[in-house]
Design a protein around this ligand. Structure first.
Ligand SMILES: [Zn+2]
Length: 264
């Protein structure tokens, strides 16, 4: 049986809240050996930590998402720091963080401030950073230049939608590249061309559930971790390899980036 890691799911989100066990169980049946439950705010980060204590295949990432930064009070960042301090051995990443150039709820300057905080904490703790990029490629590169000019951190570009030039820049920073359902959409030929160029030792898969189900389930809400297999199938085809090999490589990569505990 294939083994996959869903490297990005919002398991604390509304559609999963009442019965997360159903979704975790279905994921296990579909070959998802581990999933990373990604926090978006201080509260959400606490929630994903609790979920990870409940389910052995769920691993937490804590952080404040750029669009949620505007609502974060001064205490919220302290919560993130304290969670990392007290649960360093369970937390596998920081995020999600990054820059969103599409939604303008959070002023750009404030988004940069919080992105830098996550990047600095990543360096201090040697935790990888989960980076959200939406119409913000240049801003992301600017931020990395600032934070990592003396010492390079580790991380992943989540739900990557950039072009080849941006891919090259991210690879040069040592980043992993994760693809979500969007790469499976019929009109995503350009993104599939980009996926083809990602080295097999840097590629990851994710659902970003509950959002954007992959083909052939596009439009069916909620997306869920079990559906990551469709994105993996699409990427295997793009790369001209078997689903088994794509699964093996992406799962190894997830273990290397987030820690071997994921696959134990
Ligand atoms: Zn997300």
């Amino acid at each position: 049986m294939i083994q996959l890691v869903d490297t990005h799911v919002h398991l604390d989100a509304e559609p999963f809240r009442e019965h997360p066990e159903e979704f975790v169980q279905r994921a296990t049946q579909a070959g998802v050996v581990a999933m990373i439950a990604v926090g978006t705010s201080a509260d959400s980060s606490r929630d994903v930590l609790v979920l990870s204590e409940r389910f052995p295949s769920v691993f937490p990432a804590v952080g404040i998402q750029p669009n949620d930064v505007v609502e974060a009070g001064p205490k919220d960042w302290e919560v993130i720091e304290r969670l990392v301090q007290n649960h360093r051995n369970s937390i596998v990443a920081l995020g999600e963080t990054g820059i969103d150039g599409y939604w303008d709820r959070t002023p750009l300057e404030q988004q940069h401030d919080y992105f830098q905080r996550h990047l600095r904490l990543g360096l201090e703790t040697d935790l990888p950073v989960i980076i959200h990029m939406r119409e913000s490629g240049e801003e992301i590169l600017k931020a990395l230049e600032r934070a990592w000019k003396d010492r390079q951190g580790r991380g992943v570009m989540h739900s990557f939608t950039g072009d080849l030039a941006l891919l090259e820049a991210c690879l040069a920073w040592g980043l992993y590249i994760s693809f979500a359902g969007m790469v499976t959409f019929k009109k995503s030929d350009a993104l599939r061309e980009v996926a083809k160029a990602v080295p097999l030792d840097r590629i990851l898969v994710e659902t970003d559930a509950p959002y954007l189900s992959p083909e052939p389930l596009r439009g069916r809400f909620p997306n869920e971790p079990a559906r990551v297999v469709h994105t993996a199938e699409c990427l295997a085809e793009v790369k001209g390899i078997s689903l088994e090999e794509l699964a093996t490589r992406t799962t190894q990569n997830a273990g290397r980036l987030f820690g071997d505990r994921l696959l134990a």
